[in-house]
Write a protein that binds this ligand. Sequence first.
Ligand SMILES: [Zn+2]
Ligand SMILES: [Zn+2]
Length: 171
Amino acid sequence: MAKFRAGSGLVRQGTHRAGTAGKDRDAPEPMDRAAARLREAQLRVTVQRMAVLTAIEELGGHPDVEAIRGRAQEATGGLSLQATYNVLRVLTEVGLVRCTQVTGQQARYEAERHNNHHHFVCRLCGDIIDVDCVIGEAPCLVAELPESYRVDEAAVTYWGACPRCAPAEHG
Ligand SMILES: [Zn+2]
Ligand SMILES: [Zn+2]
């Protein structure tokens, strides 16, 4: 059996790189962007973190952990629920991801945009949509509190019925 020695060939046979510089494979741009954001946040760049951040961006809306995991797995292969939670916790801590807890629902996640927005939750289907901050900056609401309490944020949840559910309700 002849030993094959790599790299000894003088003749580079035919493996001519196509002249069209640019995307030779489907662009890994979203993952690159995620990597850059992780570095900005001074986090170690891992495939799992990149995949979770990218999944949240691409899914849009307010996905829960299962939806994020399902999407992220397309990039990472196997990703356990616990691993997904761990990544989400880290990303939330550094402010790349915003976590919203709505009574009676799984935690929902979205890319943090620092726009102090609020949420509307449909009581019937559980859908969540963004509601702009009423006054444009945090804290949106002024609370009646003793002077010694400093408020820096107010999160409002508006409850009701979304257009898809409202007709059924009024049957
Ligand atoms: Zn609804
Ligand atoms: Zn939101």
